[in-house]
Design a protein around this ligand. Structure first.
Ligand SMILES: Cc1ncc(COP(=O)(O)O)c(C=O)c1O
Length: 381
């Protein structure tokens, strides 16, 4: 199998992740609840995950990292804090995943929020100046996909924040965390939503939200927290305020190990490896004249290792099916839960086939994928 669907979920996981999950499963796991030794060990495991994420992504205050089952819940949690009212405006890019787009659409319907979209320009990139132009007196938040799961385009997050000034920036780093060097995120983003099972190399069921001090928070659920048990009110201090119920200690053990792997290798080295794969694949696609790459003009320095394309004469679903059947190459066809992005790129509703490389792919696999595309391209032309 050549696994090129790391944008959906990364595979394989580093051996340390499997070992850490197994080790966590071999012990009782009730962090912050019971007073016995294994409960303390479980609490340490959760702390390790927080500490590693803080080190990799640049979160200065670890208690402001709340764990969630994935980035989708983290984004909903972030939005819930704002108590939006009718007439409030939220800016997003037109490259958002449905995990941002659907909550925003719902807010327009249930709270009367006005949703302003910033489209990518001809070069396939969103530009900070366009966020500046979209600001109105009623703008309360900007929600931005840091790296598109369709085109791989990286949004200039720091410049966007400069354009926004005091307006908070919620960054969805689902596709950039673990791929880009993001050690200073906390210096410009205001809310950072991450998922554990993609570039961070952890298990599914892990993710979280970091929230800058001073920003409003409101839980999506209340209940047991292991703290202030005498009270029927859920605690109001972080992270307990946003972490009702027993955490996914087994998953977080794996996430801590996944982030350890990246920290040990070095985020810059991971990025360099992914850029090499990207360059190899894009270069080899030069020999596939019937391929149309979405956002072909986006320079490698402004992309994560994700390339979506169509091949003349092929539907995206047929092409992905043949890549798997004949070549053992796993990709993802269709709209990638990002209909807005496909509309913006002119590939709605057919979508495209996405090749998303990860930390364990080799340049040989990228070449193999391009060769398969060349052969399938000739079949229909
Ligand atoms: C940019 C982006 N945001 C959000 C998500 C949702 O991730 P999860 O399903 O882990 O919540 C994805 C993953 O598909 C994504 O690529």
């Amino acid at each position: 199998m050549i696994y090129l669907d790391n944008g959906a979920t990364s595979f394989p996981k580093p051996p340390g992740v499997l070992e850490a999950v197994l080790a966590a499963l071999s012990q009782p796991a009730s962090p912050g609840r019971s007073g016995h030794r294994p409960a303390h060990e479980a609490a340490k495991t959760v702390y390790r995950a927080r500490r590693n994420l803080g080190a990799l992504l640049g979160f200065p205050n670890l208690e402001r990292v709340a764990f969630t089952p994935n980035v989708t819940v983290a984004i909903n949690l972030a939005l819930n804090g704002f108590r939006f009212r009718a007439g409030d405006r939220i800016i997003s890019s037109a490259l958002e995943h449905n995990s941002v787009a659907r909550p925003l659409k719902l807010l327009t319907e249930t709270a009367g929020v006005i949703w302003d979209l910033v489209y990518p320009r001809e070069d396939g990139l969103v530009h900070a100046a366009d966020f500046g132009k979209a600001i109105r007196p009623e703008t309360r938040l900007a929600a931005v996909c840091h790296a598109s799961n369709v085109t791989g385009a990286i949004a200039p997050a720091r410049e966007i924040k400069e354009a926004l000034g005091d307006i908070p920036l919620l960054l969805d780093v689902a596709q950039s965390a673990g791929s880009l060097s993001l050690g200073d995120l906390g210096s410009y983003a205001d809310l950072v939503a991450f998922t554990g099972h993609k570039g961070l190399l952890g298990p599914t069921g892990t993710g979280g939200l970091w929230i800058r001090e001073g920003l409003p928070t409101r839980p999506l659920a209340v209940g047991g927290s292991g703290s202030r048990s005498e009270s029927l009110e859920h605690p109001d201090f972080l992270p307990d305020a946003l972490e009702a119920g027993t955490l996914n200690v087994h998953g977080l053990a794996g996430l801590a190990a996944g982030v350890d792997f990246i920290l040990e290798k070095g985020a810059a080295a991971v990025r360099a490896g992914e850029m090499e794969l990207l360059a190899t694949f894009l270069d080899a696609l030069g020999a596939v004249p019937t391929a149309t790459v979405l956002g072909r003009a986006i320079p490698i320095a402004k992309r994560v290792a994700t390339v979506s394309l169509n091949l003349r004469g092929w539907s995206s679903s047929d092409l992905a099916a043949r890549l798997e059947k004949d070549y053992g190459i796993m990709t993802r066809a269709g709209l990638h839960c990002a209909p807005l992005a496909h509309r913006a790129m002119g590939t709605f509703p057919g979508g495209a086939v996405r090749f998303s490389f990860g930390a364990f792919n080799s340049p040989g696999e990228a070449l193999e994928a391009a060769r398969a595309l060349a052969a399938l391209g000739k079949e229909k032309n």
